[in-house]
Ligand binder design. Structure first.
Ligand SMILES: [Zn+2]
Length: 149
């Protein structure tokens, strides 16, 4: 415990290994992603959890495609509907699924949305062809269960 008024050690540090601790929501997202085996709750894609350029290079994608597969914190009950940042309300979803769900005026129920996305994935849609070709979508894995669902 630093004494009151002591300088924040992070504020004055330029050392790369003195990064500020991750904020709690990203920790909850990471924990959810670990529970989900690194796969998106809705589409089952293997999410990009680090550098998008590296991920893109590894899987033969364009950087913008890798960005769409980035791991995000998904609020099962949308924030606009009073959903909080509690662990039980946070799942891990790819950017594309997350954005698409919350782009609607009223976010669909997570289970209904997962079923909808799953049907699109089974039909070879939802993500670009090369995402499928890269083996990032393991068909049949969209049954992943979040403890709150
Ligand atoms: Zn997804």
């Amino acid at each position: 415990m630093s004494p009151v008024g002591a300088p924040d050690p992070y504020r004055f540090s330029t050392r790369w290994n003195m990064k500020k601790p991750k904020n709690p929501i990203s920790r909850k997202r990471d924990a959810a992603a670990d529970r989900q085996g690194g796969m998106c709750l809705y589409c089952g894609v293997l999410m990009c959890r680090g550098d998008t350029s590296e991920f893109a290079a590894n899987f033969g994608l364009r950087p913008a495609q890798a960005f769409r597969l980035s791991c995000t914190a998904e609020h099962l009950v949308a924030r606009q509907n009073g959903g909080g940042n509690t662990g039980s309300n946070i799942a891990a979803a790819c950017w594309h699924c997350n954005q698409t769900r919350h782009r609607r005026k009223e976010a669909p129920d997570p289970v209904a949305y997962r079923n909808l996305v799953s049907r699109r994935v089974q039909a070879g849609k939802w993500h670009m062809k090369n995402v499928f070709e890269a083996g990032l979508l393991c068909l049949g894995t969209t049954h992943l269960i979040h403890p709150a669902l």
